[in-house]
Design a protein around this ligand. Structure first.
Ligand code: NDP
Length: 282
């Protein structure tokens, strides 16, 4: 193995420590509310981890857990109450939602100034227009990893594998904003391997275990693996075949311990940004 391992866990810990120091100097505690509907088991783990990290960094964090049969109108009423609450700076609606609730309706109901997931169309539009706004946590986390690892982005050929609203698209916008030449590849792309081989920076966010093989990677490329996939035997793996890729790449994020831990750190960053902007201290 030749690649440098990009340790997202360590970078995330440093970000959380810096945030905690910053929050300790404020005259208020930034308020984060996570809204969870129903009993999706993976969501339960995520929500608990978010709550724990937020509280440890000095945020005023709470989860509002609504029953699985909650109607869309009831969820929107809860979001409206949080929008109107001056102590609440950030609102996150945990996905997935039960089938009777339209995800787009829930996302659009969150006040864009409190939209710490960065999923509201206004924030997505701001990002696409190159304007400041709240940016989705996972792509923001990837940009931190690249910056803290000293990866030169200006003029670099970047390939983003995946075009979801949550990861792929905002990731491509952020890389474009950092002056990369960006290609977005997806399930209709003709020759994925050839596109990937052109990348100096490759970000994989497809949700297919080990899909990116070693021979898809240019020697020395920086490989960021956003994928989190649970195998039948319980192991957690990324979208990149790690051992093969690490033999070719210049640097690579592991799974777990790469991009995953950055997402919560960036949620806290977004919450602090939202708090400072709302309270006029930004
Ligand atoms: P989505 O399922 O929403 O999107 C997947 C994207 O990958 C789509 O654009 C899809 O293309 C593309 N794709 C799927 N299969 C293929 C294929 N065989 N060839 C080429 N492209 C393909 O997933 P997300 O973006 O939400 O998540 C991606 C991965 O990242 C998942 O493993 C998820 O668990 C992980 N994740 C990790 C986070 C973290 O904290 N680290 C946070 C969020 C997600 P098309 O649009 O054409 O269908």
């Amino acid at each position: 193995m030749s690649a440098r391992i990009l340790d997202g866990k360590a970078i995330a810990a440093r970000i959380r420590a810096r945030l905690a120091e910053r929050v300790a100097t404020l005259s208020f505690r930034p308020g984060l509310r996570v809204v969870r509907v129903g009993e999706d088991p993976a969501s339960g783990v995520y929500v608990r981890n978010k709550d724990k990290a937020a509280t440890a960094a000095g945020f005023d964090s709470a989860t509002i857990h609504l029953p699985a049969e909650t109607s869309e109108a009831e969820l929107l009423a809860t979001i409206a109450r949080l929008n109107a609450d001056p102590a609440v700076d950030g609102i996150l609606v945990q996905l997935p939602l039960p089938p009777q609730i339209r995800t787009e309706a829930a996302i659009a109901a969150v006040d864009p100034a409190k939209d710490v997931d960065g999923f509201h169309p206004l924030n997505a539009g701001r990002l696409a227009a190159g304007q400041p706004g709240l940016v989705p946590c996972t792509p923001r986390g990837v940009m931190h990893i690249l910056a803290e690892s000293g990866v030169a982005l200006r003029g670099a050929r970047a390939v983003v594998l995946g075009r979801s609203q949550i990861v792929g698209r905002p990731m491509a916008q952020l890389l474009l904003g950092a002056d990369c030449t960006v290609t977005i590849a997806h399930s209709r792309t003709k020759d994925l391997a050839a596109e990937c081989r052109r990348a100096e920076v490759l970000v994989a966010a497809v949700g297919r275990p080990g899909m990116v093989r070693g021979d898809w990677i240019a020697p020395g490329a920086v490989v960021i693996d956003v994928g989190i996939n649970r195998l039948p035997d319980g192991r957690l793996v990324g979208d990149v075949a790690f051992a093969e890729a690490a033999a070719v790449a210049g640097a690579i994020t592991p799974v777990p311990g790469g991009v995953g831990p950055m997402t919560i750190a960036c949620l806290l960053e977004n919450t602090l940004d939202a708090a400072l902007a709302r309270r006029g201290a930004g």
